[in-house]
Design a protein around this ligand. Structure first.
Ligand SMILES: [Zn+2]
Length: 304
């Protein structure tokens, strides 16, 4: 059903009321079998109201929202579904002020919805390492010089004093991994590259000294930007990851204007999530987000 959704209009027609949303959530959550969110038991009794279930093992009653990001919210699921539409389909994401107006909710509620969805987008763990030709690069976020590129030749933290570091690793024609990292030190960056890239792969970086010494088990090519060497061979460049930073800048600065370091990683994950699903059909992308809703995130945890 949902795979045929190609527009917001299609989605709202497919989910005309709360029950249709609950049914869909149930179909996705229990696609591999019914389970109790309290104890994991698999004997689940269905009540005739189509909203309530009871576990045959721990005897607790629950709704399909228990144990997901939708637990504890009074917000109708249709509003959540619309928010999911917007965060998964707007190329740059959406600001909480805009979402508040579109959903007729307070800005605080909209902010919380978006953070819960960002949280959901981080819960899918990646297993397969990136391989083949991979580009790695960092960018600085924050401070007055917004998103200054880390290509300052210092290889250290000088260029990024007071700024947050985001590391991106991109498989050509493949997946992006990006995250907010604690610092710009060689150990941090190289450790992350080795963790995410299969041995025998080729990694392209700029001349950033923090990446020096990568070539013990990975082939490492460094492009010297300061020598005007942007593309010195048709395959040796970091253009892919640099276009990602342009995207990140447009999303974080363009849409949200400013992002606190505490929440920066969630914004990076949101962008990464969308980027990695750029070629998916609309319905498939929506379902992929729905399948990520497992796990709660309370307001207290969020602002902690
Ligand atoms: Zn149970």
């Amino acid at each position: 059903m949902i795979a045929q959704i190609d527009s917001l209009f299609d989605m709202m027609a497919a989910f005309p009321d709360e029950q249709s949303c609950l049914d869909h959530l149930q179909a996705i959550r229990w696609q591999d079998g019914e389970f109790c969110p309290h104890c994991g038991g698999m004997r689940v009794y269905h009540f005739s109201d189509r909203k309530t279930f009871k576990c045959g093992d721990c005897r607790q009653r629950f709704s399909i929202k228990v144990g997901t990001i939708f637990e504890d919210t009074k917000l109708p699921l249709r509003k959540w579904f619309m928010a999911i539409w917007m965060i998964t389909n707007h190329p740059k994401g959406i600001a909480s002020t805009t979402l508040a107006k579109d959903l007729k909710v307070t800005q605080k509620t909209a902010w919380f919805i978006l953070h819960r969805l960002r949280h959901a987008s981080t819960t899918k763990s990646f297993n397969a390492p990136l391989k083949g030709t991979v580009e790695a690069d960092t960018t600085f976020v924050g401070g007055k010089e917004k998103n200054k590129h880390s290509n300052d030749g210092t290889g250290g933290t000088q260029g990024g004093a007071g700024k947050e570091v985001v590391l991106g690793i991109l498989e050509r024609e493949g997946e992006l991994r990006a995250s907010h990292v604690p610092d710009h030190k060689g150990g941090t960056l190289k450790g992350a590259v080795r963790e995410n890239v299969a041995a025998g792969s080729t990694v392209m970086t700029d001349e950033d000294r923090s990446f020096k010494g990568l070539d013990k088990d990975i082939y490492h090519h460094a492009v010297n930007h300061s020598a005007g060497e942007y593309v010195h061979h048709y395959t040796i460049h970091t253009n892919g990851i640099e276009s990602i930073w342009a995207l990140l800048k447009r999303q974080i600065i363009g849409v949200h204007h400013w992002v606190s370091p505490k929440h920066l990683d969630r914004y990076v994950q949101e962008m990464t999530w969308r980027f990695n699903r750029r070629d998916m059909r609309v319905g498939a992308r929506l379902n992929d987000m729905f399948s990520c809703v497992e796990g709660r995130l309370t307001y207290k945890e969020l602002i902690a």
